[in-house]
Design a protein around this ligand. Sequence first.
Ligand code: IVH
Length: 668
Amino acid sequence: MDAPAAPPAAPPAEPIDKPADQMTTDELAAAVRYHNWRYFALADPIISDYAFDALTRRLTALAPEHPALAELTAAGGGGERVFHDTPMLSLDKAYDEATVHKWADAFEGPIVESPKIDGVAASLKYDADGRLVQAVTRGDGARGEVFTANARFIAAIPQRIGAGPVEVRGEVYQPLSVFRERFAADFSNPRNTTAGAIKQKEAERTAAYGLLFFTYAVLGREFETVTERMAWAEAHGLPVVPCALMDKGDVQAGYDAWLAKRAALDFEIDGVVYTADRIAEHARLGATAHHPRYAIAYKFQGDSGTSTIERIEWSVSRSGAITPIAVIAPIELSGAMVSRCSLHNLAILAQLGASPGAQVTATRRGGVIPHIESVVTPGPEPAEVPALCPVSGHATEQVGDVLMCSEPHHCPAAMLGTLEHFTKSAEIDGFGPKIMAQLLEHGLVREPADFYRLTVDDLQRLERLGRKSAQNLVDNVAGARTLPLARFLRSLGIESLGAVAADKLAEAFKTIDGVLGASVDEIAQVHGLGELTGRLIVHGLATRRELIANLREFVTIEAFTAPAAVIANDSPVSGRSFVFTGKLASMDRKAAQEMVKARGGETPSGVSRTLDFLVIGDDGSALLSGGAMSSKHKKAEQLVAEGAGIRIISETEFRAMCGEGRDTPPTP
Ligand code: IVH
C-alpha cells in the first residue's frame, strides 16, 4: 500500500470476510475502503499489504473506474500541504521472478538493486547554498505535508549538503532496535511511529524517535546512471539506501539474499526495488500515472497466514506479569516458522476472543514479532484465566488488564528475570546466564542487593571462575554504586516502568522518595502515563518495597537534574554509548569522544553487551571498502549475533547523528 489516502469522515462499515476472488464489486469496494481507513486513520492495519494489494487489484480488474479506487489517491487533511514539483509516484509491483524479467526486457543495461524500505517517503529540498529549506511527505503523490521543522530534529538528515539547488527523495524510518526497545509496547509498527514522529507539533519531540533517513533519488541534477547519482548523494553526506549494480540475470539471487538477510536488518523492508541503471532509458520508458516504468518493486509475500490455536500458555515475566501466549499450529510467515504468539494481556485476549480451537490470522509485526491479528472462527469455549501462578503456585491477581503473580519475588521465573534485568539496566557487565544460574543455585544472589554483597571468595567458589574474573565481577558491581534515579527505577523490572516512563517519573518527582510517595493519580497525571500505568507502577513499587530498601543500603540514587543544554538532550547521541574503532578519516579519536560527551553521550573503554554504537572509522573501513575487521568490530558482531542491541555504524553516519555534514568542519 503506497498511496496515502484521505480517510473518510465516518468509519466505513466492517466488510464481509471472504476471499477476494469470491467478492462482488461492492464487497470489494467496502473491503478496500475499510482496510484503507484502518491503515491511515487508525494506523492499525489488520491485513497485510499483500492482501490489500490483492483486493485493489481485483477491484481494478472488475471496476477500474470505481470511486473507492479514486479515494485511495485523494488528498487528506492534516498540516500544511504543498504540491510536489514532480509527482512522487508509486512503484509497480511484482510477486514473482517472471514478472520482473518481463519488466527488465524493456530496457538496455544493468539494474540497480535496493531494499524497499517500509518507512515514510519524503522529499527534501536544498537551496542554491545547499541548505535544507523544505521537507515534505509523499502524501498522495501529488501533494504532501510539510514537516521541515521536524526534519531539523532528524539527525540523519543533513541540514547542509554543500551543493544545490537539488531535491532529494528517500525514506524516513525508525530503526527496529529503537522501535523494539522503546515503542513496540505502544505502536504496532515502526512506520506508524515514524509517521507520528514527523507530525509532532513541538518539532523538537521528533528527536526522541531516533529516526534515520535513506536517500533513493536526487532530482534537479544531470546524471548518466543511477549509480552516479547515488555516489553523488553519498559524496554530499547523504545517507544512501544500500545499492548494488547487477546484471538482469541476477535479480532472483539478489531478492533471495535480501529475504535471507531480512530478519537481521535494523530496518523493515517489504521487498526489493529494481531500477534501470541508465537514465537515458528512464526517459525513453516514461511513466504511467501511477508508477515509472524504469523501476519495479519485487515484493515479499506470505506475511500473513491462517492457523489454529492449539492451547494457551501462561508465561511469567520478571515483573511477575503473567502473559497469555497462543500456541498455534506452526505456519511459515516471512520465511520463518511461527508457533507462539504473545497475546499481551487479558484485555487483548478478551478483545480478540482468542481461545483454544479458534482459527486465527497471524502476522509478524515489524516483519519479526509473531502476532495474532484476528480471530476468524472462535473456539468452542472462552480461554480460561489461571487462578494460580503457573511457576510459583501463588494466587494470581488482576491489576488493570494485566494478570500478576501475587508473590513475584518468591517466584523462580520472576527472580531470575529480575536479576538479569537489574544487571542489564544498572550496566553491570559480566553476569552471563551461566554465572547467574550458578549464583541462584548456590543461593548467593536472590535479589538485586545481593550483587553488592558478593565477595571475590564467594565468586571463586563458582565453577570455572578464576580469581581475576571474580575480581572483575566485584569491580563491575562496585561501578554501579551510584545510579541516576531514572536508571534505578528502570532497573527494578516493574511492569510499565521501562525507559520512557522511568525518565518521566524521574523528571516529575525528582527523588526516589518523591517517586515512592506518589499516588496512582499523581503518576497518572504525568504527561503520557495515564491511569493503568499509574496503577501498575504503584503496585510494582509496593511489592518491591523491601527489595528497594535493601538496594538503598548499597546504592546512592542520584536525584533528577535537568540536562544542562537542550541541544544535548535532543541529540540522538544523548544517553547513548559510543566506542570508536579503526582510523577515523575526519578527526582523531579524542575529538570524536568529545563530540559524544558534548551531546550527553558516553564513551566506555571497550565493547560490551550494553554498548549502543560501535563507530568504524571511514579510513580503510571494513564497512565501506572491505578493509580488515578490528577485534572490537569482531567482538561487537559476535555480541550482536548473541542478541545484543549494538549498532555498528560508519564514521559518516556518526557525524550525521551529531548533526555534522561532510562539508562542515568537525567541531573539536
Ligand atoms: S525508488 C535507487 N527505492 O516505495 C532507485 N523507492 O511503492 C530508487 N521506497 O513511495 C527507486 N524503498 O517511498 C525506491 N529503495 C527504494 C525504496 C523506495 C522504499 C518507497 C518509496 C515509494 C514507495 C513506492
